[in-house]
Design a protein around this ligand. Structure first.
Ligand SMILES: [Zn+2]
Ligand SMILES: [Zn+2]
Length: 255
């Protein structure tokens, strides 16, 4: 079977293309949601080249996972869930996988920001000062390995249904691309959802470098005081700007 060999790079590429052409797909309606400027930033050739290399890294890791599955050495199981407990277990393992990845991402990211690793590895990712969808996987292949290793790691340490692992992998790729796409698509989220990170949160990471290391939850950055001091006020300001642009567009349309 070569399912995982193809699944990871294909989903990653699909998401990059989706967010790259979101403006065209929604006939310009998403332009108001841009974090900076009136045009989405086009990728440069090094971002595309680095991404292609990492799609190959993802395929190699997918192939290793396929091989491990065929040898029966992972904890992945299949077959339709039969009881309510089976179903609840699916939900629980999805959130456990996300929680594991949240902690894994924050601390590996902090590690990548130590002097030597930053200079030799992570600096490639930070060459994207104003990120776009192609920046999401534009990094040194060693970082590609660190980032995608969470998928087999989950498969080895957590009894996980194949559907859950697929959903988890697609979700982590989705959030990775969303965090770089240059659009803040949820400007009016409820305050109760402030615990979840936003696209602006990672956008600021590329701008200010030493802040905002987290992926899903704005918990570890708060706890370890690495949230950018202006993050919350910048988010409010951006939400106001987006809403203003949207209402301007609607009134222009009505005239
Ligand atoms: Zn970084
Ligand atoms: Zn980034």
């Amino acid at each position: 079977m070569i399912f995982w060999t193809l699944f990871i790079p294909i989903i990653a590429l699909f998401l990059i293309l989706y967010f790259s052409y979101i403006d065209v797909l929604f006939s310009g309606k998403k332009r108001a949601y841009l974090i900076e400027g009136n045009e989405a930033k086009a990728p440069d050739s090094s971002e595309i080249k680095n991404t292609v290399v990492n799609l190959v890294v993802f395929a190699i890791f997918g192939a290793l996972l396929d091989l491990s599955i065929s040898k029966g050495i992972t904890q992945i199981y299949s077959g339709p869930p039969k009881t309510l407990v089976d179903f609840l277990f699916l939900f629980a393992t999805f959130f456990i996988a996300l929680a594991l990845h949240d902690v894994y991402f924050y601390w590996t990211h902090r590690l990548l920001h130590t002097q030597l690793l930053f200079k030799k590895v992570h600096v490639y990712h930070h060459q994207s000062h104003q990120p776009n969808a192609w920046s999401a996987f534009s990094f040194h292949p060693i970082e590609g390995i660190i980032q995608i290793a969470i998928v087999p790691l989950v498969a080895f340490i957590l009894p996980v249904h194949e559907w859950v692992l697929m959903l988890f992998t697609a979700f982590l790729l989705f959030i990775s691309v969303y965090g770089h796409c240059g659009y803040e698509l949820r400007p009016n989220k409820l305050n109760a959802f402030n615990v979840f990170n936003t696209s602006l949160h990672h956008y600021q990471h590329h701008k200010y470098v030493h802040y905002n290391f987290g992926i899903y939850l704005n918990l570890w950055d708060k706890l370890f005081k690495t949230d950018h001091p202006t993050y919350e006020s910048s988010f409010k300001k951006l939400a106001e700007q987006i809403n203003e642009k949207r209402s301007l567009k609607t009134s222009n349309h009505d005239e």
